[in-house]
Write a protein that binds this ligand. Structure first.
Ligand code: TYD
Length: 150
């Protein structure tokens, strides 16, 4: 697979939903229980600088609703299921995640929403950088303006 590497500070406004990809993670099947692991750079196209997770999502709630200027993420349904709607300003695509050994890679400058969380679902997110509110675009109009400049 050809990864797209970007440095921090490089806003790739021309990213499209075609760059959002399901990544199959290593799975060590074992009668004692299966094991999956992730190594930054090797299994995901970035060095992992932060991990966070979303849980206890009440039925019908939606998370996300923003894009990042430079951040890349891998989104995994470690438990349960949910949908990730990705949007590049021109096209949208829905990825339904329901396996703990699949991750959805979402690059910067892609608007995303997470919805349809099943009861007790656990959404694990690996991020290419530490938290920075300055890297968020939370206004959809502003996101579209950024895309037009590409
Ligand atoms: P946000 O990224 O908007 O959540 P969502 O998963 O729905 O996109 O983050 C919600 C709040 O949590 C916001 O106030 C920022 C804070 N937050 C941190 O402090 N650190 C983090 O690593 C993340 C992801 C969020």
């Amino acid at each position: 697979m050809n990864w797209i590497f970007t440095d921090r500070g490089t806003a790739l406004a021309d990213m499209t939903i075609e760059q959002c990809k399901i990544i199959e993670l290593p799975k060590i099947s074992d009668p004692r229980g299966n094991l999956t692991f992730i190594e930054g750079i090797r299994n995901v196209p970035f060095a992992i600088k932060r991990t966070y997770w979303i849980y206890d999502v009440p039925g019908g709630e939606v998370r996300g609703g923003h894009s990042y200027k430079t951040l890349h993420e891998l989104i995994i349904a470690v438990s349960g299921s949910f949908d990730v709607v990705v949007d590049d300003g021109s096209n949208k695509k829905v990825f339904s995640l329901n396996r703990s050994y699949y991750g959805l890679y979402v690059p910067s400058m892609i608007w995303r929403g997470l919805e349809n969380f099943s009861t007790n679902s656990l959404c694990l997110i690996l991020a290419s950088d530490v938290y920075s509110e300055a890297d968020y675009i939370r206004n959809y109009g502003e996101f579209l303006s950024g895309k037009e400049k590409a």
